[in-house]
Design a protein around this ligand. Structure first.
Ligand code: GUN
Length: 287
């Protein structure tokens, strides 16, 4: 068996096109364009690329972007003051502070400081609580993007055994909740998990989000499983690798996401969906 590819690049372009059409429809109804503020602290090279991709996607959907690049030496107090200004700025519907932050800044305090109605990352405890309860809210972008990929590919989640590798607040934990709400039975594996290959071997659906290049081996994967690779690891030669040994795993899986061109572009597309959703929530049609 050779797996079919789940084309995240193509599906993300469809989502971005849909956001663009909805922004244009808002314009025709006399509404302003949604606005996204993106804050980058310091000079992390991966963050620089991610932020650039997010700002480019805003341009493609006619979403206004406000880029704030602040030095690594910025104090937590000054960063919180910037967030407070953005919270009160009526032109800003969404606020994203790119992670990781320098060590002297408490990222939980920063997340807590963002108005939950503008929390387009979906990381605020209010939005995570709503996700936990299965209520509508702003959902973390990468898990939202994975759910969109599965839906658009016509993959049914209900009743599947899903194994998630990684328990981060950004991907693993919210991914588990999304899949649970969709009817999967979930196992979350992490650095303390014993017999990890055996757990992976039970899975109809594997989501790898642990940040270790080529970690998931072909021999671990059940024939016919669906494999979603969230990893974006920069190798010494400058190339990108996922968390899955792609060539070996594709021989056994039924569907697989490539890296690049799988989950990565979906994170950006979901951010745009969240920004539009935040604008519509703050500025609903009254007529
Ligand atoms: N760093 C890695 N992924 C993300 C993300 O989805 N949002 C933010 N803000 N930072 C990140």
């Amino acid at each position: 068996m050779t797996a079919q590819l789940i084309d995240g690049k193509h599906i993300s372009q469809q989502i971005i096109e849909q956001v663009k059409l909805r922004v244009e429809a808002r314009h025709e109804r006399g509404k302003r364009a949604p606005g996204l503020a993106v804050v980058r602290v310091g000079e992390d090279s991966a963050s620089r690329i991610y932020v650039r991709n997010k700002l480019k996607a805003c341009e493609r959907c006619q979403v206004n972007s406000f880029s704030h690049e602040v030095p690594a030496s910025t104090s937590q107090q000054d960063l919180l003051a910037l967030i407070d200004r953005l919270n009160r700025d009526p032109a800003v519907d969404g606020i994203l502070v790119q992670l990781p932050l320098p060590d002297h800044i408490d990222s939980d305090a920063v997340t807590d400081g963002i108005d939950p109605s503008k929390d387009v990352d979906g990381f605020h405890p209010y939005n995570i609580g709503r996700l936990m309860l299965g209520l509508a809210g702003l959902r973390p972008c990468t898990p939202r993007g994975v759910m969109t990929l599965l839906q658009r590919t016509g993959i049914t989640i209900d009743g599947k055994d899903a194994v998630i590798l990684g328990r981060s607040n950004i991907v693993g934990r919210p991914m588990a909740l999304e899949l649970l709400h969709a009817g999967a039975t979930i196992t979350v594996c992490h650095s303390r998990t014993r017999d990890l290959p055996e757990k992976v071997a039970q899975a109809d659906l594997v989501v790898a989000a642990l940040g270790k290049p080529h970690f998931v081996q072909g021999s671990w994967v059940k024939y016919g499983a669906i494999v979603i690779d969230v990893g974006i690891n920069r190798l010494n030669d400058g190339s990108l690798a996922g968390d899955v040994d792609f060539e070996a795993v594709r021989q056994r899986a039924s569907w697989i996401t490539p890296v690049p061109g799988g989950v990565g572009p979906m994170t950006v597309a979901s951010l745009l969906e969240n920004t539009l959703q935040a604008a519509e929530n703050r500025d609903p049609d009254s007529s």
